[in-house]
Design a protein around this ligand. Structure first.
Ligand SMILES: NC(=O)c1ccc[n+]([C@@H]2O[C@H](COP(=O)([O-])OP(=O)(O)OC[C@H]3O[C@@H](n4cnc5c(N)ncnc54)[C@H](O)[C@@H]3O)[C@@H](O)[C@H]2O)c1
Length: 347
């Protein structure tokens, strides 16, 4: 019989529902508690997923005996403190992306995990998609050769969130780069086999989110009065093995269509994530290889399954806290470079 895992959810908004659904689909996993400062969000969540215990304060939730693990699904400003409190209480924790507001916070979370009986896992899911897992096999098999360059694109044609606090730097630490760019950066970095970043440079532009707009789009009427993050981030990251990554991330990219992709270029071949394709030379011919079959799982489902299997000691996680910290260092350096107008070293 699998080990029973009883989970508490901190922050019961948008992503918490998706997590709860996937948790409840696993045998012997229960969602025993929810915590939110919004009574309305908490009531909606608790009723929908039949969660027995409700809390407005996560410190009270952490005193529940019947709690083995916690997922942190709050806005970025509220990732560090509940994560550290839960680790101090000996719980296993999964924190949503991005790990924190900055690398200093992320480091404190990693340190807390090293002193805890619990574990800390990053809520990264792009690396767990069928496409990314397939491409990684080609990279690991040497079929791409030495990876020189990763191109990361997280570009919405017009998609400024009109819910939550995604336009508020003081609560999120940034805009599209930290919100959606982070997904493709973590995936690209995983496909590059996680070299250590050594320096980054970037420019950021704000030109749309801070103004009212009458353009028809799926998420109209965002809160332009509080919007103080970038609309477009363009960056460049250097790694210790000589490889480089370019990053383009935007909520408002004037391009033909929304593009979420990673391209990898290696000495022997290359690949794209969407659709998953490998480009190589074989038998004197340039060929494009498309997987004829890949798993059909949803990456969010895989992320939750992976976490529970890790907690149960069945396998290592592919989303360790250290990966979250490394990605956070890249994000920090990109933002700092844009502020200071120079390339910024990454320690
Ligand atoms: N992995 C993914 O694909 C994915 C998708 C969406 C969001 N996220 C991440 O999940 C986090 C939450 O995003 P969301 O879209 O669910 O936001 P949301 O605004 O829908 O929900 C956040 C909830 O947290 C609550 N909250 C805020 N401070 C709190 C505190 N101190 N204690 C308890 N509850 C608190 C809010 O009241 C709200 O109900 C963000 O970090 C975001 O980047 C990840």
């Amino acid at each position: 019989m699998p080990q029973r895992v009883r989970v508490g959810v901190i922050g019961t908004g948008g992503i918490a529902g998706s997590q709860a659904r996937n948790l409840l689909a696993i045998e012997d996993v229960e969602v025993v508690a929810g915590c939110d400062i919004s009574e309305e969000a908490l009531a909606k969540f608790a009723e929908k997923y039949e969660v027995p215990h409700r809390f407005a304060d996560y410190n009270e939730m952490l005193q529940l005996d019947e709690l083995d693990a916690v997922t942190v699904c709050t806005p970025n400003i509220a990732h560090k403190e509940p994560t550290i409190a839960a680790l101090k209480a000996g719980k296993h924790v999964m924190v949503e992306k991005p790990m924190a507001m900055n690398a200093e916070e992320a480091q404190a979370m990693v340190d807390a995990a090293s002193e805890s009986e619990g574990t800390l896992t990053m809520g990264f899911q792009y690396r767990l998609s069928p496409g990314a897992q397939t491409l990684k096999r080609f990279v690991d098999d040497g079929q791409i050769g030495k990876v020189m360059f990763a191109r990361v694109q997280a570009l919405r044609r017009l998609g400024i969130p009109n819910w939550g606090v995604f336009g508020r730097k003081e609560l999120q630490a940034g805009g599209p780069l930290i919100d959606i760019g982070v997904h493709l950066i973590e995936c690209a970095h995983f496909l590059m086999r996680e070299p250590k970043p050594v320096a980054a440079s970037a420019r950021m532009f704000t030109y749309a989110g801070n103004k009212p707009s009458d353009v028809d789009c799926p998420w109209p009427d965002w809160d332009y009065e509080t919007y103080n993050v970038e609309d477009l981030a363009v960056g460049f990251v250097r790694f210790d093995n000589g490889a480089v990554m370019s990053v383009e991330s935007s909520f408002v990219a004037h391009i033909e269509e929304t593009t979420f992709n990673v391209q990898i270029m290696g000495e022997k071949g290359g690949c794209t994530l969407h659709p998953p394709k490998i480009f190589r030379n074989e038998a004197g011919t340039m060929v494009n290889v498309e997987p004829a079959y890949m798993g059909k799982w949803k990456s969010m489902t895989k992320k939750i399954q992976d976490w529970i299997a890790f907690i149960r000691g069945e396998r290592e996680t592919q989303c360790p806290a250290e990966a979250g910290l490394m990605i956070q260092k890249i994000l920090d350096a990109l933002y700092r470079s844009a502020e200071e107008g120079r390339e910024v070293p990454i320690a």
